[in-house]
Ligand binder design. Structure first.
Ligand code: PLP
Length: 284
């Protein structure tokens, strides 16, 4: 596979970045993950809009325009012949002469790195079986709306999930679910209201979440953006998660207790189909 590093396309195994890169030293960087379907980028404008917002919030400048970044993503997909998979993109505040917390003085260029991976998102087995989630305390910082590469809390949460044989960790704060380690959390109440937490600094504004909410509302489905507890999720008809790498993923158990009948719910499966249709129709 080929990676992109600061203006060059190089074999992934030769792709290198300085040990002084601030992404490596301080997690001083932002990332994005876009899905690829049939060789095209899914909902990518939404991901790049979030990228622009995230970099702005940490006073980091993109080394390329969003238009150029899109071209690089597409060239990388073509070079790697990715039919179905993901494009990972990371921008960091570059490498200075040493390790200084304050921003580099003068003209240190930010680093831009991309690589791809193969993943058959549409036919993923877990979409048919659903996933179990565990709950963990949300120990992250207070600016979770920024898609920062500082992911240690999520690494630990998702490792705990993996060790418990679960597919995701739902993080809890003040008794409410914030979101999954790398996905947005949803439930469907007994009276058929789709509930997901309101965007704020407490969660990442998921691109898939945004599209699913809009697609549901267009179909006159009832959506409420508000917080919910684990008890409410366990009493719900259905639960599901959304992300660029999963689309819509049914959640069938939380901490070993069944949600609904313990099988993927019809609303989650319907929203998944609707999302796939949208993704295919709008991919570039
Ligand atoms: N929440 C968190 C913490 C994430 O890391 C992610 C994706 O990685 C999401 C939600 C889902 O966001 P998106 O739908 O934009 O992939």
């Amino acid at each position: 596979p080929i990676a992109y590093v600061n203006g060059s396309f190089v074999p992934l195994s030769d792709a290198k970045i300085s040990v002084l890169d601030r992404g490596f030293l301080f997690a001083d960087g932002i990332y994005e993950v876009s899905a690829v379907l049939d060789g095209k980028l899914v909902d990518n404008a939404s991901h790049l809009a979030r990228l622009e917002r995230s970099v702005g919030e940490i006073k980091l400048r993109l080394p390329e325009t969003v238009e150029r970044i899109t071209e690089i993503q597409q060239e990388l997909i073509a070079r790697n012949k990715v039919e179905n998979g993901l494009v990972y993109l990371q921008v960091t505040r570059g490498a200075d002469k040493g390790r200084d917390f304050a921003f580099p003085k003068g003209d240190v260029k930010s680093s831009l790195v991309m690589f791809t991976s193969e993943k058959d998102i549409i036919n993923a087995a877990s979409a048919k079986t659903g996933i179990n989630v565990i709950t963990v305390p949300d120990i992250r910082w207070e600016r979770r709306d920024i898609k920062s590469v500082a992911l240690l809390a999520q690494v630990l949460a998702k490792q705990a999930a993996a060790e418990a044989g679960a597919g995701e960790a739902w993080m809890l704060e003040d008794g409410y679910v914030t979101e999954g380690g790398s996905s947005s959390a949803f439930i469907l109440t007994q009276d058929d209201v789709i509930v997901t937490r309101k965007n704020s600094n407490a969660i990442l504004p998921g691109c898939t979440r945004k599209a699913v909410v809009a697609l549901a509302e267009e179909r006159q489905l009832r959506v409420e953006e508000r917080s919910f507890t684990v008890a409410e999720a366990l009493a719900a008809k259905e639960a599901f998660a959304t992300s660029a790498s999963l689309f819509v993923q049914p959640v069938v158990a939380i901490d070993g207790k069944k949600v609904g009948d313990g099988k993927p719910g019809p609303m989650a499966m319907r929203l998944r189909e609707i999302y796939v249709e949208f993704a295919k129709a709008t991919a570039v």
